[in-house]
Structures are given as C-alpha cells and as structure tokens.
Design a protein around this ligand. Structure first.
Ligand code: ZN
Length: 130
C-alpha cells in the first residue's frame, strides 16, 4: 500500500492526484492489475472526471453545493454536515485499471481528491491487486 499526502487550500476543492497515483504505480513496479484509490476521511472523497476543462470540477463543486447547502437545519454539532453528506454522495474511493505500468484512463479523465471541509492536510491510500 502507498500513502499520498494531499494539502488542500480551500473549503471546497478538487485536486488532480493522477500524477501521484501514477507515481505510486511506478514506485511499486505494478505492471497490470487494479489500483484502489481510497481516502480515510469523512468529509472528503475521491472521484474520476474531466480535467481538460477546469470548469468541469468547478461546476461539480457548485452543483454539490446547490444540492447540499452549508446550512439546512442539520443536527450534527460539529457544523460540517454538508461536507459529510457530499463525502457520502461522491464516495471514498475509485478503482483504476493498470496495464503495462500505466493507469487506464480516458483522454479527458483525471483522478481527483475532493475536499469538502478544508483547508486540511489529507491522506489518500492506494492498494494494488493483481
Ligand atoms: Zn463532522
């Protein structure tokens, strides 16, 4: 298993971690298999989507914010229920196929770490199966 540290800089943010995941594949000398990209946080998530147009992650964050507003009579006393809900909607992990030492991603796809309650220092774990 490999661990990646992600420093987020805003309350809501999607950070492209594709290069770091590809580096983990290279470092572990994985030729083919499956990589599980997982974040152990309850107010963050991992997703795969378009990164060619930076308006796509911006639109995703804006749509999530409209769907799950910051305040909505939540009961959780910590005050970050919206971030918990977004984390569950997007999900804590993604699986990626690896062939010939490379992540198999579509032309426009990137792997994103999603911050919903930043800024914080976050962890992403990557585990490989063959
Ligand atoms: Zn909380």
């Amino acid at each position: 298993m490999k661990e990646i540290s992600v420093q987020t800089h805003a309350r809501f943010e999607m950070i492209d971690i594709t290069a770091a995941v590809q580096k983990a594949v290279r470092d572990e000398k994985i030729e083919s298999g499956i990589g599980l990209v997982y974040t152990p946080h309850t107010t963050a998530a991992v997703t795969i989507n378009e990164n060619a147009d930076p308006d796509v992650p911006r639109d995703i964050l804006a749509a999530l914010d409209r769907a799950v507003p910051l305040s909505a009579n939540y009961r959780h006393a910590e005050g970050n229920s919206a971030a918990h809900v977004k984390s569950s909607l997007v999900g804590a992990s993604e699986m990626v196929i690896i062939e010939n030492g490379r992540l198999i991603l579509g032309t426009w796809q990137s792997i994103f770490f999603c911050e919903f309650d930043g800024p914080r220092t976050r962890k992403v774990y990557i585990s490989f199966k063959f």
